[in-house]
Structure formats: structure tokens, C-alpha cells
Write a protein that binds this ligand. Structure first.
Ligand SMILES: [Zn+2]
Length: 454
């Protein structure tokens, strides 16, 4: 049985779905105003692996992840660039999906856009006001956290300690410094929607609670995101559901930071690496392997060394699959003992480092069997490698990397253009390759392509 850490209890506990055999999960998606960074890449991979593992275990999974397409940052960028908010949002949503596709992350079953749910959000805020849990001020409508029993659960702090630590702003009409905006009244130059409190827009925490409950129903199974979202974002989503008397997520799953040189990666520290930049240098599958090498709740160190290490581990996997294909091994079922060890590791709060150890054990044994000229012994081990890799979302080389002559000609044309510093022609060849469904990488040996996978 799967056991998962639950931020609400601070402990690893059995995962018990609302409906037998089915899992409803909501993972907070991106605010689309900039290119994604390595932390985004980590969270989409962690929850992609959880989703795939649940499916591998026999569950039917409904996976919802939102797109926040209205927010201060989007408005700022639109104003600075003289464009509309929706143009900015659409551009960066396209960048988002291109990057997550390159990581082999399956797209959500539903990706609700906040702007499509504003009426529902107004409805929720109205009900919260009617229940006496929310109040209007000069600049918006706020939730009164004192009306929510147990506020602070996901911060693992009491309301008293949160209040004493909160910054009190001058001229603040809020009843408590911890109260948060459900609705923001319009300011000049901002997009707005009608409401009983005049034109304005929803607060971020109201977006996710409305979309999660609408699409997954009360008491859905898993709410996930990066650990920086646990408080205040997730706690504030939860508080609105509690104030409405509705049951919310049964299990809260949060992944850890990305670290660069021992420090948390963040824009303010200037050690911020974009996922798009990484994917130009590194196979998306290698980043998946790197993410899997750390437990999802531990910090993840991304350095040239750890990335190179993951790339060479990926090569070992690809090489085995190619070698097996060349030797035309007999068909075989995966090794049952290895599958059991894999399941035990993953059931233990998604212990992917231990799961990878099972996978690479099978790689070593398969290579030894092939070295010893024992194809019958190698076959079930290779089948195990394929099965476990697929369960974790790794498509191994040799299966789908065949490059047709047209593609090979485009690759050659691109390398020639680059050698001649004809960047326009190089870009045109790249665009054509991307349009044909290839991921294009620049390596010291020239252009490399591989099939894009969803
Ligand atoms: Zn959210």
C-alpha cells in the first residue's frame, strides 16, 4: 500500500482515496508571465511521476493543473511591453507546454484557466461574505482568518504565532494582518470583471480553491505543489473551503527546493536558471533522472556535475536498450522480484532513489548476462528495465529515435548553416525540425534531435 507524506499531519501515512480505484489530484500550475525555471521543472516531474506510479499501480487518475492567466506580474509585463494581458499569458503558456513536453511530462487531463472561472469565484466570495467569514474594505474583500477553525495547519503554526510574526501595514483596513484578499478592486490599467463590490479581479488563493472543487469535487484526494506553496497559498485555499463547511484535499503533497551551489535557487539570489536554457543543453530525460535521484522532499542540487552524471546514467539505459535490440532477445516478462522491490520503494513515500537502484541493478545484471552470451537470461532483465523506466516516465532510446532522411537532411543543413554563421538559416532549419515533432539540442558534436514525447 502506498504511503505518502502529508503536510497537514507532518507525517508519512497511508494513502486512502475517496473512491476505490480512483484518484483525483490537483497540482498548482504556473502563472504564465515568464519562462519556467528549474524549480518548475522539478515540480512537474515529481507530480508526473506520482501520477504515472498511481496508474502503474492500477488507479484511474484524474489530473487537474491550472494556468493562472491573470496576476500582478502578467499585468506588469503587459503594461511594460504595451501588449494585452492575454497576449502575454498565451505566449508564456506556449513556452510552458513546450518545456514540459520536452521533459516528457504528460499534459493534465484538465488545465483550467483562471479567467474562465471568475464568475464562480465571485459566487464563492459572495457566499463567504454572507456567512460572515469575509468582509469588504476600500481595496477588496478579505477572508477573516479568525473565522476559520484551525487556521495555520499547513504552516504548522498556530494563528497566534502567525499573527505575531505578520507585518502590519500602515492604513491597513484588515482585521488581522494574516487576513488575505479574495477579491481585488480594480486599479487603473488593470483588467477587471464585474462583482457586487464593483469591478475587480479574484485573488490567487480563490482561483485554485474554486477550480479544484469544481473539477474534482469535495474531499478530492491529493493537492500538490512546491513546498513554498504550502503556506500561505495552500493554507488559504483550504481556509476558504473550511469557512464554507466543505471538505477539501485529503492528502497534501509538497516537493522540496532546487539548490544551486548549496543555496536555494531564486530570482533574488541571481542563481536562477531557466528550464528552457537547461533543455537546450541537456536531454529532458536526463533532468527527469536527476530529479528522481533525490527524494522528492529533499533539496535537489543542480550543478554541471550532477547534470553530467544524470546524462551518463541515461546513456547507460539507452545503450542497454540498443544493445538488446541489436541482439534480438527472446520475448520475456519482467522479473517479478525486481517489480516487487520497485513497488516497495515507491510505496514508501515515493522513494525514487531506491527505485532507481532496482532499475540500475537490472541494467548491470542484463549487461553481465549479455557479456556472458546468455540472451535467455538477459531477456527478463531487459524487460524489467523497460517496464520500470516506463513506470517512471522514461522513454528509452533505440525505440523511437530513428531519423528519416528528410530529418537527417535538415539536421545537416542546420549544422552547415551554423558552421557558416548563417543564423537565420540555422533557425529556420530548427523551426522546421520542431514543427515536425523533434526536440532539437546543440551538442559539441553538432545538432542532435529526438522525438518529442507527451
Ligand atoms: Zn494554486
Amino acid at each position: 500500500m502506498l504511503r505518502l507524506h502529508d503536510t497537514a499531519t507532518g507525517a508519512v501515512r497511508p494513502f486512502e482515496p475517496r473512491d476505490a480505484g480512483r484518484v483525483a489530484m490537483y497540482v498548482c500550475g504556473p502563472t504564465v508571465y515568464d519562462v519556467p525555471h528549474l524549480g518548475h521543472g522539478r515540480f512537474v516531474l515529481v507530480f508526473d511521476v506520482l501520477r504515472r506510479y498511481l496508474e502503474w499501480s492500477g488507479y484511474e487518475v484524474r489530473y487537474v493543473s491550472n494556468i493562472t492567466d491573470v496576476d500582478d506580474n502578467i499585468i506588469q509585463r503587459a503594461n511594460a511591453e504595451g501588449r494585452s494581458e492575454s497576449e502575454v499569458a498565451l505566449q508564456y503558456e506556449a513556452v510552458w507546454y513546450e518545456a514540459t513536453d520536452a521533459l516528457g511530462v504528460r499534459r493534465p487531463d484538465v488545465d483550467p484557466h483562471a479567467t474562465a472561472y471568475v464568475e464562480h469565484m465571485v459566487g464563492l466570495v459572495e457566499q463567504l461574505v454572507e456567512r460572515g467569514c469575509a468582509y469588504e474594505t476600500g481595496d477588496g474583500v478579505y477572508l477573516s482568518v479568525e473565522s476559520v477553525p484551525g487556521y495555520g495547519l499547513l504552516a504548522r503554526q498556530s494563528l497566534d504565532s502567525l499573527q505575531s510574526g505578520a507585518r502590519v501595514e500602515v492604513d491597513d483596513e484588515k482585521r488581522s494582518p494574516v487576513d488575505f484578499a479574495l477579491w481585488k478592486k480594480v486599479k487603473p490599467g488593470e483588467p477587471s470583471w464585474p462583482s457586487p463590490w464593483g469591478p475587480g479581479r479574484p485573488g490567487w488563493h480563490t482561483e485554485c480553491v474554486v477550480m479544484a472543487l469544481d473539477l474534482l469535487g469535495d474531499g478530492f484526494d491529493i493537492h500538490g505543489g512546491g513546498q513554498d506553496l504550502a503556506f500561505p497559498h495552500h493554507e488559504n485555499e483550504r481556509a476558504q473551503a473550511v469557512a464554507m463547511g466543505r471538505s477539501f484535499a485529503r492528502h497534501w503533497v509538497h516537493n522540496g527546493w532546487v539548490m544551486v551551489g548549496g543555496e536555494k535557487m531564486s530570482k533574488s539570489l541571481g542563481n536562477f536558471t531557466s528550464l528552457v536554457d537547461l533543455l537546450e543543453r541537456v536531454d529532458g530525460r536526463a533532468y527527469r533522472l536527476l530529479v528522481l535521484r533525490s527524494h522528492y522532499r529533499s533539496p535537489l542540487e543542480v550543478t554541471p556535475d550532477t547534470t553530467a552524471d544524470a546524462s551518463s546514467a541515461l546513456e547507460r539505459l539507452d545503450n542497454l536498450v540498443r544493445r538488446a535490440a541489436a541482439e534480438a532477445l527472446p520475448r520475456a516478462a519482467p522479473d517479478v522480484g525486481a517489480l516487487d522491490r520497485f513497488r516497495t520503494a515507491m510505496d514508501d513515500d515515493l522513494d525514487t532513489p531506491a527505485a532507481l537502484a532496482v532499475l540500475f541493478d537490472a541494467v548491470r545484471q542484463a549487461n553481465s548476462a549479455l557479456d556472458a552470451g546468455d540472451p535467455a537470461g538477459a531477456a527478463p532483465l531487459v524487460a524489467t528495465v523497460r517496464e520500470l523506466a516506463e513506470a517512471m516516465g522514461l522513454v528509452l532510446g533505440g525505440d523511437d529515435e530513428a531519423v528519416d532522411p528528410d530529418t537527417a537532411a535538415l539536421v545537416a543543413a542546420r549544422d552547415e548553416a551554423r558552421a557558416g554563421r548563417d543564423w537565420a538559416a540555422a533557425d529556420a532549419a530548427r523551426d522546421e525540425l520542431v514543427a515536425r515533432g523533434w526536440v532539437v539540442e546543440d551538442t559539441p558534436a553538432g545538432t542532435r534531435v529526438r522525438r518529442r514525447r507527451n
